[in-house]
Design a binder for this molecule. Structure first.
Ligand SMILES: [Zn+2]
Length: 292
């Protein structure tokens, strides 16, 4: 477990050196790609099709995560065995760092200080929290917005926050307040910097918000160039790629979640998109063709 953690950390350091355009030769991973988007620079960082925007995986959970198949009530023991997943389904809790138009942006913020590794990883990349200028939120579960706030203060004091109107309404206006303390706090702390979007909107830096409801009432996936950030579309990809109809217990509206999963996976496959998912197995990317 420790060794894997160190491996991940060294990968982040390599990405740091690369992103800082300092010395490439000290990284032992792959050489620089011949053309942008054709090859990953490192397992953790890709250049998008515009040839300049990069996306970097940030692992927020400690150690390794295996989801028990019982998280997926529709999965029969036979299917689980057939897929070789009896020991569990590989997973992560992940965030993604975008370097775009000379700025740093985050997709989701993980579990939070004291629980998740996001801020430690950002520091190791030379990207301190106050240099994050944009946060795009896929949905309001604690493993996605928990990292926004610490002891009542913003962890990312210079960030503009983009959240879905439908997600905001569901958690802030419709659910009982006693069940949504974290969500209320996060929205209050960033109140002056909160931008609520509709599905289909193009947000700052050309990131498009796409309807992927079901996991939560306003669950959103984001597209930038050939990158599709799929949030919690899948919690056990090894099981849900062959069986996109299987929901996780966490999916709030089962029918909508399954329909969104089928629709978004088809869209990604039809358009050869690179998927980045908050609970995909390490390194939390699916390259074109890997989700067929
Ligand atoms: Zn989640």
């Amino acid at each position: 477990m420790k060794q894997n953690h160190l491996f991940s950390f060294s990968g982040l350091l390599c990405a740091s050196i690369l992103l800082g355009s300092v010395i490439l030769s000290s990284c032992t991973s792959k050489p620089a790609p011949t053309a942008a988007g054709e090859e990953s620079l490192f397992p953790n960082t890709y250049v998008l099709d515009d040839g300049k925007t990069t996306v970097t995986w940030i692992k927020d959970n400690q150690g390794h995560s295996l989801r028990d198949a019982s998280l997926f009530p529709d999965a029969t023991p036979e299917v689980v065995k057939e897929l070789g997943l009896e020991e569990g389904i590989p997973s992560t809790i992940s965030c993604f760092l975008l370097h775009v138009d000379g700025k740093w942006a985050l997709f989701d913020t993980g579990l939070g200080l004291g629980k998740g590794l996001l801020v430690t990883a950002l520091d190791s990349l030379g990207v301190p929290p106050d240099s994050i200028s944009v946060i795009y939120i896929t949905h309001f579960h604690g493993d996605h917005i928990g990292g926004m706030v610490y002891e009542g203060k913003p962890v990312f004091p210079n960030a503009e926050v983009y959240a879905g109107q439908r997600e905001f309404d569901a958690w802030i206006k419709e659910m009982p307040r006693e069940n949504t303390k974290l969500q209320q706090e996060a929205m209050v702390v960033y109140n002056e910097h909160l931008h609520l979007f509709q599905f289909g909107d193009t947000l700052v830096h050309g990131v498009v918000a796409i309807d992927a409801v079901g996991h939560t009432p306003g669950h959103t996936v984001f597209q930038k160039e050939n990158l599709l950030v799929i949030g919690d579309l899948m919690h056990g990809a090894a099981l849900q790629i062959p069986h996109p109809e299987y929901n996780a217990r966490f999916d709030m509206d089962k029918d909508q979640a399954a329909a969104s999963r089928v629709r978004i996976l088809k869209y990604a496959n039809d358009n050869n998109l690179l998927m980045a998912g908050m609970h995909l197995a390490e390194p939390a990317f699916l390259e074109p063709g890997q989700a067929k």
